[in-house]
Design a protein around this ligand. Structure first.
Ligand code: PGA
Length: 253
């Protein structure tokens, strides 16, 4: 099974030229058949440019994703982007429920589940992010927190829809801190996520569910996660903006 390596550029880089440089470097170095599925999620504004570069290069090695979308198809929603628009552009994936959106922008699981539904309807693959804050972990309540977050983010999602969802485990305390979650712990959580999904959607769906790990991934620690069968790939933040480092991570897969 191909591992999935997702680049979450967040609100970076600051200049379109820099975005092009990073993307061109990737395409150039991933020309030959890669064993990983690479998904680059840039800010909305860069998507068109990067898609054009991809088309010109005829590269099949990299897919593009968005970092968010809205829960309605169209209409009076100032500042929002619909999943249909993303699909029409040639986007295949969308990250939803990232902790930065939950905690900084006040997103909740109720709206996230609506976004998941709409994204699937538009033909996108949602990458649902879940992860516990440091305090919950300290209190020994990480699993309870995660179970609740999974259930509420997937509320109203049908079995057919659930089959299309990828879940990324991103403990909040590990994001951007250099304090990554040891692979053994991430594996335990990946299996726990599958258990929760199994209770709700059945063993078959849980078995085929792809669980990614994210949080302070770099070229040195990537392998410890990628060698675990139950971890289907990685969601990479800051290291995905360093093209050489990111390429090393991809090659590890
Ligand atoms: P990080 O971010 O790799 O910079 O820790 C991961 C993420 O937030 O997706």
């Amino acid at each position: 099974m191909k591992k999935i390596i997702v680049a979450n550029w967040k609100m970076n880089p600051q200049k379109p030229k820099e975005a092009e440089r990073i993307f061109n470097y990737l395409l150039k170095n991933l020309k030959t058949k890669t064993k990983a599925l690479v998904v680059v999620c840039p800010p909305f504004l860069y998507i068109e440019k990067l898609l054009n570069i991809k088309k010109k290069s005829r590269s099949k090695a990299v897919k593009l994703g968005a970092q968010n979308c809205f829960w309605e198809e169209k209409g009076a929603y100032t500042g929002e982007v619909s999943p249909n628009m993303l699909k029409a552009f040639g986007i295949d994936y969308v990250i939803l429920g990232h902790s930065e959106r939950r905690f900084i922008l006040g997103e909740n699981s109720q709206t996230i589940s609506r976004k998941i539904k709409q994204a699937i309807k538009a033909g996108l693959t949602p990458i649902l992010c879940i992860g516990e804050p440091r305090e919950e972990r300290k209190k020994g309540k990480a699993f309870q927190f995660l179970e609740k977050e999974i259930k509420s983010s997937l509320k109203g999602i049908s079995l057919q829809e659930a089959k299309k969802v990828i879940i990324a485990y991103e403990p909040i305390w590990a994001i951007g801190t250099g304090n990554f979650c040891p692979a053994d712990d991430a594996l335990t959580v990946a299996l726990f996520i599958k258990k929760v999904v199994s209770k709700r959607f059945g063993a078959k769906t849980a078995k085929s569910l792809k669980v990614l790990y994210g949080g302070s991934i770099d070229a040195n620690n990537a392998k410890s996660y990628l060698k675990q069968e139950a971890i289907s790939g990685l969601l990479v933040g800051s290291s995905s903006l360093k093209p050489k480092e990111f390429l090393k991570i991809i090659k590890t897969a």
